[in-house]
Design a protein. Structure first.
Length: 73
């Protein structure tokens, strides 16, 4: 799965052929402004491929392509 956190801290997931801003089931958008939004955990699998885990509310998203744009100009 392909995902990113944009410069303003909102979570986007690649769906079909476009980035989709993720809405929170509790209201507003899903992003780092929420206490249930954890920091991404960058790791590798046994084959050496990059994997990123992101805990959000009651689920964990697993990304094989992930960008964190926060703090980048």
């Amino acid at each position: 799965m392909k995902g990113k956190i944009d410069k303003t801290g909102n979570l986007h997931i690649w769906r079909g052929k476009a980035w989709k801003l993720q809405d929170c089931p509790h209201g507003d958008t899903c992003g780092d402004h929420c206490a249930c939004f954890d920091e991404p955990l960058f790791s590798t699998n046994n084959d050496g491929d990059k994997i990123v885990f992101l805990d959000v509310c009651a689920t964990t998203h697993e990304f094989n392509d992930f960008t964190d744009e926060r703090g980048k100009e």
